[in-house]
Structures are given as C-alpha cells and as structure tokens.
Design a binder for this molecule. Sequence first.
Ligand code: ADP
Ligand code: MG
Length: 681
Amino acid sequence: MTGLPSLPVSKVKGIGEEKEKELNALHIHSVNDLLEYYPYRYEDYVVKDVTELEHDERGTIQGVVQSEPSVQYFGRKKSRVTVRVLTNGVLVKAVFFNRPFVKQQIKNGDELTITGKIDKNRLQMTVQDYKKGSQASDASLEPVYSVGGKVTVKQLRGFIRTAYRQFGDLIEDNLPPLFLDRYKLPSKKNTLFHIHHPKDREALKHARRRIIYEEFLLFQLKMQMFKRIQRMAREGIVHTFEQKEVDEFINKLPFPLTGAQNRVTAEILEDLQSPYSMNRLLQGDVGSGKTVVAAIAMFTAFLSGYQSALMVPTEILAEQHYRSLQELLEPAGLSIALLTGSTKTKSRREINEALKSKEIQIVIGTHALIQEGVEFSSLGLVITDEQHRFGVMQRRALKEKGKTPDVLFMTATPIPRTLAISVYGDMDVSVIDEMPAGRKPIETYWAKPHMLERVLGFVQKEVDQGRQAYVICPLIEESDKLDVQNVIEVHGMLKDFYQGYEVGLLHGRLSNEEKEEVMAGFDRNEIQILVSTTVVEVGVNVPNATMMVIYDAERFGLAQLHQLRGRVGRGEHQSYCILIADPKSETGKERMRIMTETNDGFVLSEEDLKLRGPGDFFGQKQSGMPEFKMADVVHDYRALEVARNDAAKLVNSNEFWKEEQFSPLRLFLEQEGVLDGEKLD
Ligand code: ADP
Ligand code: MG
C-alpha cells in the first residue's frame, strides 16, 4: 500500500509491452507492486582490508596490480585470468574465470577494486565483480532481487529507480502518525527509498523495521477485525445455570484447582453464558490438568440442559478419559458413554438411541463420533482434545452435529505464542500456565547407547521401589536398513532382564482389545514395565509411572519427546526421563541438550521453531499461515506481538472508526473484503 493510484507498471518510463509481460510473470503488475518488490539481500561493496575477511567470505578489497595478467585456456570455452594485486601490504592473487577479455582491460600498475570470495590459505580471490580505480565506501549496498525470465537484476534496479523518480512524490503513508511517532518509524516514502537504495546500514535497518511492522499490523488488523465480526455473527446458545451448583461440583473434586485452572474455567463459563458461541483454544502443558477443566465445562452444559461431546485422537485416550470422567461426573448424576471404532454394533445402536433421546448427556469417543448415525437431542458443547491431531474438516464435522454449539479445543502441544498469534488469530486462547501443586520437575538425562546397562539398572531401582516405567521404541515397522530397535526385540530382552516383574508390550499392530487390556494392566500396576511404540504418546495418565526411557531418541522431534516425557511426573514421586541417543547432526545434539535443560513446553516449542522454521513446524503449509514479503514470524516475533496488541486495541476503539489518520487502514480492511463499508457503525 503506497497510496498511489493503481497505475499499470507500463507507466514507468522504459517499460514497454514486452517488459511489462515479463514483469507480470514476477507478479509485478502495478507501479505499486514494483515499488514493493523488495530485495532479498544486498551486495556489500564496502571496501575491507583483506585481513578483516574470513576464509571463504565474500567481500570487496582494493589494491594496485603488480603483474601483467596471464591467461590460461582449458578446452574451447574455459579460461582463467590471474593477476597479482597488492592490497595494504598483502599480495593477493585475483582469479577471473571464463572472462579472457579481462586480460586486455587490466594493466600492471592499475588501481583495482575486486569483489569475490577469498581463500585465506592461498590468499586468492575468485573475482565476481571488479572495477578499475578505487571506490568511495558509501553507496556500497546494492540491492539484489529475485528475478526470472528475461528480467535481470540490473534492469529491475533501473526500473525501480525510475519509478521512484516519477512517482515517489505521490507516495502517501498508510500508517497513522500515532504509530510512526511511537515506534520512530520512517515514512513510507522514505522507507521505499532506503529499502531499494540504502544510504547505509542504519537507514536500511529502519526501513526494514517499518516494513515488518506494517506487514504485521495489516495482517493482524485483518485477523482482529475478522475475529470481531465472527464473534458478533456467531449467535450461540446462552447456557443458564446456577454458579453455586458449579462451585459445589468443583468443591467435591479430589483436589483443589490451581489458580490457572480456576482462571481458564471462568473464561470458559463466561463464554458459555454469553449469547455468542464459544471458539476457544485451551493450551496447557502436558500434565497441567486440562481434563478436569473439560469436565467442569461439560457439567455446566449439563446444568443448562445440554449434551456434550468430547473427541480424542486415540482409543487408548478415549478409554482413559471415559474412566476418569465417569469417576468425576457419574456421582453428580450424569450418564456417560464411550463410542469408538471398536464399539460393537449393538451397543453403538443403543448409544445412538440414547443420545437422540438425551438419556446420555456426555459422549466420549474417537473419530467414530463424527460418523453418520450419531445424532444428538441437544448438543451444546463440543470439545476436542489434542486438537492438532485432527483436521479442520473433522473438527467441523463434530461441531455440525449440534446447532451452534460452543466449541473448545484443547492442546498440550504448546504452539509457540508467536505462531499461536498468527495461526489462531481468530480464536480466543486460554492458557494453563501452572502445574498442580507438589509436582516435582522431571529430571531428564541424555545417555549414549553404550550406557544402556546403567540405564536398565536405574529402571530396576525405580520398580524395586514400587514405581512403574515406560520404555519407548520408535518404530513399528521393522527395517533392516534403519538401525532401529524393534519394540518386540526390546521387549524380549527386558523380559529376560527384569525377572520377577511383569513386562508388557504395546504397539499399533495389536487389536484394540489387546491394547486396552495391556493399558488397563499397566494402570492397575499388574504390569510394571511397559515397552511400547509411540501409541502411548498422547494423554495417557498413570501417576505411579516415574520412569520414561526413550530408545533412539534422536528420531523424535522435540514436541514428541516432550509429549512422551509428559507421561511421567504425574504423581507425587520424583520422575525421570532418559533419552538414549547418539545423534550425528548438530541439530540432533541440540535437541537432546534442550530436553535436558527445560521442562517448559512453551520454551521447548519456541526452541523447536527456531531449529526447524515455521514451515516445518506444522509439517506442511497450514492454511492461515500467512506469507509476508519481508517479515518472519519467528525472527520478528516481538514486532508481531506489538502489532497484534495495536491491532486488537484499534478495532475495539472508537477513534479507529472516526479519526482521519486511520482512514487508510479502514480502506485497507474494505479492500480486503473484511469490512463491508455499509456495515460500519
Ligand atoms: P493434561 O493437561 O495433560 O490432559 P490431565 O488432565 O491428564 O493433564 O491431568 C494430569 C493429572 O493431574 C491427572 O492425574 C489429574 O487428576 C491431576 N490433576 C489435575 N488437576 C489437578 C490439581 N489441581 N491438583 C492436583 N492434581 C491435579
Ligand atoms: Mg490430556
């Protein structure tokens, strides 16, 4: 947004029909597009002393030629010109590949400025660019653009310079003076000048700062406006209930809620009471106690006469939630059902009937919940646990089982705050940032494979004291090539090792009944050591388990390691996590180090994001993950937070709708189709 009228790029002198087409291919259609086609890097032609350059670094040096150039040919097309240059007392050999004509252009005694990569061992520069004579050291940052087709970087530089000369005076600011002053940002006109022709690094820095803030602000403005409109439009159920009854229920829980649980519960109950339907993400690290919050919400929905559904990604987890929610809710007079892929046809039919007739108030299940035939009498609250495991369509399908139900998503994968802002911009977010009292931080150790025996001894000590242990192996499929521990092999080995204890085995190839049986056995402490693949990863809760051993830990990502570790440390006993790993890469080693250093899921996810980058973090490009020309959600997250706060305040303020200084922003929202000009009040 430059405030320029929308002029085709052909209005720029020197751009004819032919060039216009080529520029269009680069998505440059208007003068505006051209001016906002930012360089992706700058050539640094600042003249340096050769001693300042690192080995293999690219740089520019200056000196006097000390020899006649000599040329060598290799075959018909290849050649090499070499010449010696004395720079600040150091003799450097300059090499020009495949430019034999250079020999005619350079003479002994010439002053020469050369740019290229320096080999410090041989004191030799492979020259990319050269100029005769010496060069002043300003005007030394040359923009480099990504180009394609027949458009060259040089041409683009020229076109942009011309465009700025022709139209620069017409550029108007779209950011209000309020923000320019507050953050000391340069004007739009100034910014566009220095981003393409930086006077120096300082000017470039401020130009970049401004562009990044602007990109974030516009994006956030859209998100916040969208959220506001959505909320208004989401006419929902007004749940009516007696707070006293909810409080009584909470008081009867086996433990007092943490401060954070109390806070998020209040946020959720307020949403339930409001005339808008809830669209809320509940984030809480593993073990922070999200389930009980879900239970309170479902109980509240029950009080106001509505049914609830809780969807989870695995049967093991569904089973477990079913059991713990039964304990919490059945004494209060609710009836609860479990619906999964392995529910028998007969009981499935019965459950369906009971949901339709409202004999059942709460149903817990897997994807089975969103199948046809599952109908509710009055579904008022929909909860998905470990929501990142579900696709958008699945979450929507569950919601559509009701009429404008309130929706709560729960996740233990702490989305880095920075990403949560951009990805979940249109959701309300509640965070449980406090662990139940008395939890001891899990101690995490990284052991090399040759230390296996000591690790097993450690496990023995724990089970001897009555505790239980998980041993996780990374793969279900055997593969000869990948040297992966086979879960069955490990199970066999540990069975022999731990005489007198029951060693269980859990993996994806077991039938659901077998899996359940094993899990129930572990839960009842009939199994002391559970050898498993990652099927136990999400949500499983056995507080007496204090030991988590992870084989080949380098094969897991940080988020998954953290999830696995979260299976222990759930009770009063000190818990341990041992990562058996021999990572070869630096990133792999870094991951192990981070795991041993922090238990905080949010810190971990921020680190993970830094190691992997945002694209990778979500596995694939997630819709809603915006693309910015210059800003980077990881690197520039502070600016993103600032912009978000500014945008949120703006759309909810009266000034925004009245003051002249905000009119370019209002116009932007209209152009983006978020705002209907007429609906403005
Ligand atoms: P998550 O957030 O990972 O889903 P859970 O809901 O499974 O965590 O809770 C983990 C464990 O903590 C459970 O055993 C649960 O009963 C217990 N718990 C939850 N809230 C509290 C609390 N306020 N005080 C003590 N224990 C709690
Ligand atoms: Mg959970």
